[in-house]
Every structure is written in structure tokens, then in C-alpha cells.
Design a binder for this molecule. Sequence first.
Ligand SMILES: [Zn+2]
Length: 575
Amino acid sequence: MARRATLLASFSLLGACAGQAVTPPAATAAIDVPAIPRPDGETPPWWFRQGAASAAQLSAQSNSGTQRAKNVIVFLGDGMSLPTIAAAHVRAGQLKGVDGESYRMSFERFPFSALSRTYETDQQTPDSAGTMTAIMSGVKTRAGFIGVSQVPRRQDCTASHGQELVSTLELASAAGMSTGAITTTRITHATPAATYGHLPERNWEVDADLTADAKAQGCKDFAAQLIDFPGNGLTVAMGGGRTEFMLAGEDDPVEQGKVGQRLDGRDLIGEWKRRHPDGAYVWSGQQLKSLDLARTKQVLGLFNASHLSYEHERVNDKLDEPSLAQMTASAIDVLKQNPNGFFLMVEGGRIDHALHAGNAYRALDETIAMADAVEAALQHTDPRDTLIVVTADHSHTMTFAGYPRRGNDILGLVQGHNDSYDEEGGAGLARDAAGKPYTTLGFANGPGYTGASDTQPEGSKTFPHSAHEYSYATKGRPDLARVKTSDPDYMQESILPMKAETHGGEDVAIFANGPGAAAFHGELEQNVIFHVIVQHTPRLRDELCKLGSCNKEGVPVDRPTYQAWLQQVGLPAVR
Ligand SMILES: [Zn+2]
């Protein structure tokens, strides 16, 4: 079918661009998006153009086209579903001794919000790799893929060459902006890797993970890709995963019993230090605190052999890991030195892990810690020049249910009141049809199933718990009347017995503040986030116009190639 659908968008982007000038946009832009039989016709160029057209339309509807961001910060709450946000703000309020239901966390006070559809090109319920690639590159792709389009098969290195998708962080580096990626997971984990890396397999974090075929075909692990990042490298990179940067067998300097994992003879931390004599390598919160941030040119921070500790453990442990808020504030102080502005990605990565583990306590804790990091970012930036976007990559199966009375402990058993809308009615503990009390928070699946497993007896489960096999007996629910469900290690009940709870397929939220934020409204495909950001950040937009192509209104409509980007930042293509 040759029929073409046209999305009309009227908006204006002012001239006076950094770098190579682009034609000042007219008042009305029309971006042609070929009408296609979906999903077969969804090619990477189609996704890019669809995203550009949607973003231009959102911009026109909100009259945000003249707003221009100098700095961009993307906060990614991994797995931060809407029920997780709702439960976290109740928890945050209750911990402060104020009304939880009406309490707003930092990003819930942002003036603009939207919904994001998270499906991937091959999965109804997505993973973190393809979703973050969509957010970072403007193109939806497959589950498990990082910075690579949907075209190759998973783990097919040869076919992935030439299918790399240029990320916002890469555009920023080519545009002379500073760049940063911060996370509470390993810095090589899916979400942060999608800011700087390209592989058709998210699990190739260290060279020991790669197949012999993959190595022979020229694929390189994410740890090496981070250290070899073209140009002058990332300005700031902080998170965990230290042993992936160390030689095999080398003792970790902090954690006893942990050893380096690299088989290729590369000491990546040493290489980074030699390549960046003006930079600072740090591995503790105290070292980070002692830096003169306004003069430090680059920072590599690796604070744990693997993922950073959960916030609940971090505050008491001996590793001296910085909080996500401390990392965020420190990073901004370094990035701010650049008059061209910066792009920063901050991930609250362990929200997802706690949900997979079926433990609401830690999931809410991690969500509140990310809200604190957003607050730190607000305090260290100017809303007139900094666009802050807070979103999630995908949902989870945690539910917020029953008819608890106002002010009920969010981690507690459901308590009704006299007028409660409850089948059992009345004050006191609400009870299920079998007469047993239940919690407000629960899971559709996961390790919290209450039948006996091969590691814990029948009854409510304690974190951490992972049955080796799916050997759960099937019996009725436990009596929770004497179980302390607000205990940090209590695991909420799940309907299906599974080793790890799964992601969910429904929309997640987007919250935005600063120039361009008004364009975030309605329900968008997840890859549109990239386009809204670049269309409101002149330096990123102009870089895209140089590397890809823009229509006469200056809107980037065709994606750039990775080769073009490499030429711009000036390093040979090796990965
Ligand atoms: Zn996950």
C-alpha cells in the first residue's frame, strides 16, 4: 500500500543554533509517516520517524516548541510501576509522620506527566534492555537488545554490525556536552549500558560472558565498551560492577573473597586512570565526598563488586557506598563545568530487583531513594535551563488492593472501618472468603507463594527466598494474624509460584519538569521520549541534523548511523 498518513504539527523552534546552523523552522511542520501493516512493516527507520512525528505533534499541542533545554537529566526507575509509585508515596509520608495518601514525592510535584507504552518489537511485556534502548535512541527494538535495532537475531554479532542505534548520551558527547550515567546496579547492567553500549545481548557485561563466536565476530563486552567510549569518554560514570573491570583472579580491594573477572588481560580501571590523568577514580562514598567536584574533570566510581547494596542494607553496611542522591549531586557538580550543558542518566536500578524478589519493603525504599535523588537534582540545577524527565522502563505485578482505611500502614494487613466498603464489612482486620487477613500489597507471581518450597516451609516467605525448582506444594493461604508484614524481610503473597516475580505489560508514567516538559502529555509510545528530548534541546537536535537528516523545519526525521557518529567524535570503529 502506498498510502501515507501525515501527522500535522505546528510549532516553531528558534534559530541561533549551536554548531552547524539548521534552517529555522516554519510555523507548521508535516512529517510523513508511512502507513504500514503492523507489526511487519515496523522497521527501525519507521520507528524513528513515527517517534519524531509524535513528538512534533505533542510539541505543537503544548506550544512548547520555543522552549529550549541546555541540560537534560533522565531518571529511570527500573520497574517503577504505577502501584509502586503509589505505595511508595504512602510509605514516604507515613515514615515522615504525615498523611501518606496525599503525600507527593519530588517528581510527583512536577507540572507535566504522560503515560508510556512499553511493549517491544517482539514482546508484549518487555525487559529493561529494549525499553531503555527505545528511550535512549528513539527506536523500539527487541527484548535483550542494547543499542541495536530489531534487525539481527539475538547474539548474532556479525548481523548486528551496522545496526547500532545512536543514543542521546552519544549525541551529547558529539555535540560537545558533558555526559554521565549513574546507577545502583552494575554500570554494565541493561539500563546504564543502553546509554553508551551496543550489543545484541544484554548479558555480555564482562568478556567472560561472551561466546567464542561473539568474540571472533568482533563483539566487545559492556565494561570494555564503557572504558573505550569514543572521544574523551563519559564525563561521569558511577555504579557497581567493579570486578568486571579487573583482571581475572585479582583480589577486590574492598570486598573480601571477590575477584576480578576479565579474561582478556585488560586492567580497565588502570587503563581509565592512564587515559584520564585529570580524572578521579573512586570506590567509596568518602572518596567521592572528598573530591573537589568543581575542578574534577572526569569521575569513574565503582562502589561495589556487583550491584550496589539495597538502600536498606547500604545505610548500615561497611562498604561505604554513596546514596543515589549523593552520586546525583556529585555528578551534576562535575557536569556543570561545561558551558555547553550536559546529558545525565540516573537509574534507580534496584526497585526492579526488589520487586523480582517479591519484597515490597525494599522496592518502596528504593523508590523513595530515587525520589531523593530527583530532589538533589532539582537543588543542583536551574529549571529554566534543565529538562528533567522521570520515567520507568516497564511495570511489575505488584498490586495495591483491598479496602484499607485511610492511614492504614501500607505494609500492613488491611484494616477496615465501620463504613468500610468491604464484603466482610466493619472495623478491624479485613478477611478473605476463608476468614483470613491479607495485606494491601501483593504480587501476581513470584517467590512469595505460600505453599511449601524446597527451601522454606509452607506459610509466608522470608526475603531472600528463591526456590531452586518450582517445587511448591499447593495449599491454602497462611493465617497472617500473627505475622509482622511490615518487617523488612516479609515477602508479600503471590498467586503463582515462581523463582522470580515478572515484569508487567501495562503503561508506566512519565513526569517532566523544565524546558520542553509541557510536551509530555497524553499516552506515548516509549520511543517518543527520545524525540521530545532532542526536539527541545538545540544542541542535540542540531547534532542529529548533522548526523542524520532533518526536515525543512529542522526536526530530526531520519536516524543517524553509528558510523557517522563515530566519525564526528573521532575514534575508529571497534566494538
Ligand atoms: Zn527486571
